[in-house]
Design a protein around this ligand. Structure first.
Ligand SMILES: [Zn+2]
Length: 311
């Protein structure tokens, strides 16, 4: 069979037992180091440039390509992953949430992860729904109407109960209302958002160091909202802000990739793809699963979760 491009996606990569949140779902740093070695043996490690040339039909490698991608601009991508990749002369692609870096906020999806890692799930869910009910009784009643099969498909690593709550939280609930509830809980349980943000995300200076070490940076939106879930006006502002800040803080790159927040097919629209083209993002990565072959659409590149990278 002709060679394919496998794009591996990473989120949290940390020495979990020695962090304040050992139950965060992520890959251990040691596992990551092992995996990179194994991938390097099995694949030709791609760069953004060689992957694009392959997809455009201009580069024909003798074996499968593998490209490593990292979502959310987390501090450990600078501290833990970049040194490993730089040492192996592998280029990683790192997708930054520009609003989190610029305004020192924490994306609600991450607030949710850390609240869930700090509280017993039932305690968290109860506290969340109680606060939500106070603000909007109709919104809290919608929790009973979550499509469970859909939730389990989206969150295959979670129990059905947690998957249903995440689905409700990330997709069904009005984003502004949700953010108000979760922000209030976050400050109550985990303290100051700005200082947490500075620990969680790489700074602009760290991102520049990653680039200097041979890594490639990309956009992951400004606010990390599902692009299909905001008005066209808000979407336009969000993507322009993202692009402007990347240009303002980072050195020029031959190409700028983008990665969709959440990333399933229904989390972005044709309109969003048009805006990304206008803003000269060269391609965009989804979280739909699978390998890519020449001719594959450049604005819906599929990826494989790091837990399945070697399967
Ligand atoms: Zn993300």
């Amino acid at each position: 069979m002709d060679p394919a491009l496998r794009v591996v996606m990473y989120h949290y990569v940390r020495d979990l037992p020695n962090t304040p949140f050992p139950s965060i779902k992520g890959m251990l740093t040691g596992e990551f180091i092992q995996q990179v070695r194994s991938l390097k043996e099995r694949y030709e490690m791609a760069t953004m440039e060689s992957a694009l040339a392959f997809l455009n039909g201009g580069y024909k490698p003798s074996r499968d390509l593998c490209l490593l991608t990292f979502d959310d601009g987390l501090k450990e991508h600078w501290a833990e992953c970049t040194p490993v990749l730089a040492e192996q002369k592998i280029q990683g692609l790192f997708f930054l949430i520009t609003g989190c870096m610029e305004d020192h906020c924490v994306a609600p999806v991450h607030m949710n992860h850390f609240l869930m890692a700090s509280l017993d799930f039932n305690e968290y869910k109860g506290a969340f729904l109680r606060r939500l009910r106070e603000m909007s009784p109709e919104a809290s009643a919608a929790m009973d109407k979550v499509d469970l099969a859909d939730a389990v498909r989206r969150y295959r690593w979670d129990t059905p109960e947690i998957a249903a709550f995440k689905s409700f939280f990330n997709f069904q609930l009005d984003a502004n209302l949700r953010d108000r509830v979760v922000r209030r809980m976050f400050v109550e349980y985990l303290g100051d958002e700005a200082s947490f943000s500075k620990d969680l995300y790489a700074s602009w200076e760290e991102a520049r160091q990653m680039r200097a070490a041979g890594m490639m940076l990309g956009g992951h939106s400004h606010q990390h909202k599902p692009l299909s879930g905001v008005s066209e006006q808000e979407l336009d502002g969000d993507l322009k802000n993202c692009r402007r800040l990347l240009d303002a803080h980072l050195t020029p790159q031959p190409v700028w990739p983008f990665c969709y927040p959440y990333g399933k097919k229904d989390s972005y629209t044709g309109h969003a793809v048009g805006l990304l083209r206008d803003l000269e993002f060269a391609c965009a990565f989804s979280t739909e699963s699978g390998d890519n072959r020449p001719g594959a659409p450049l604005y819906s590149i599929t990826r494989v979760d790091c837990k399945l990278a070697l399967q």
